[in-house]
Design a protein around this ligand. Structure first.
Ligand code: PGA
Length: 239
């Protein structure tokens, strides 16, 4: 899953998407390939990707259905552009825009209500990791979501993105990531949702993806920087 963040333009997106389509074609492989773009480009994604193997989504949504919420975008609006996926609680939303665990829960519920798969992002900061707090932080971030009815919980995706690995070129090692994924898997299993997909994110690139994907509890990747280069993203998808 590519997270374009606040990057792109109509022209550069077209070029990137054309390369993805040319390589991936229209047949679905056994893995899902998804790009999450800024809101204004969702129409472009819908138009270009509708009959392709590439799915699309947004990077955020409002928990509110409609009304006086200037600048916000609802789940039903994402449905108008056939988004199947939406990122929720990315660490940049939490750190830069003050999103709380309560916000993340409300957004997760709004996405599920609208039939869109929320990709719930969790992860510890460098100082939390240094203090040995990784599992506590993840538990805190996931706690209220784990209390969702297990049929609903089974429909989410979790992305583990250690904040210290995002955009730094300093990916977690496969073993480090696996240890946290195994912990998340155990939490999900305790809540009757053992098959929820758990993506790793944080400096995933063409060179390190395959080793990460060898780990038993790493089901895929959430890719920032490398998703903006077709060749890199395609080689991650191939891995
Ligand atoms: P990165 O970003 O791959 O550029 O580290 C990942 C993310 O923030 O989702």
């Amino acid at each position: 899953m590519g997270n374009w963040k606040m990057n792109g333009s109509l022209a550069s997106n077209q070029q990137l998407l054309e390369q993805l389509i040319a390589s991936l074609g229209s047949a679905h492989s056994h893995s899902d390939v998804v790009v999450c773009a800024p809101y204004p480009y969702l129409a472009q994604l819908q138009q270009m990707l509708a009959n392709s193997a590439v799915e699309w989504g947004a990077q955020n949504l409002s928990a509110e259905p409609q009304g006086a919420f200037t600048g916000e975008v609802s789940a039903q609006m994402l449905n108008d552009f056939a988004c199947k996926w939406v990122l929720v609680g990315h660490s940049e939303r939490r750190a830069l825009y003050g999103e709380t665990d309560a916000d993340v829960l409300a957004k997760t519920q709004a996405a599920l209500d609208a039939g869109i798969t929320p990709v719930v992002c969790v992860g510890e900061t460098e100082s939390e990791q240094a203090a040995g707090q990784t599992e506590n932080v993840i538990l805190q971030q996931l706690q209220s979501i784990l209390k969702l009815d297990s049929a609903l919980l089974s429909r989410i995706v979790v992305a583990y993105e250690p904040v210290w690995a995002i955009g730094t070129g300093k990916s977690a090692t496969p073993e480090q990531a696996q240890a946290v994924h195994a912990y998340i898997r155990q939490l999900l299993a305790q809540h009757n949702a053992p098959k929820v997909r758990i993506l790793y994110g944080g400096s995933v690139n063409a060179a390190n993806a395959a080793d990460l994907f060898l780990m038993p509890d790493i089901d895929g990747a959430l890719v920032g920087g490398a998703s903006l280069q077709a060749a890199d993203f395609l080689s991650i998808a191939a891995a």
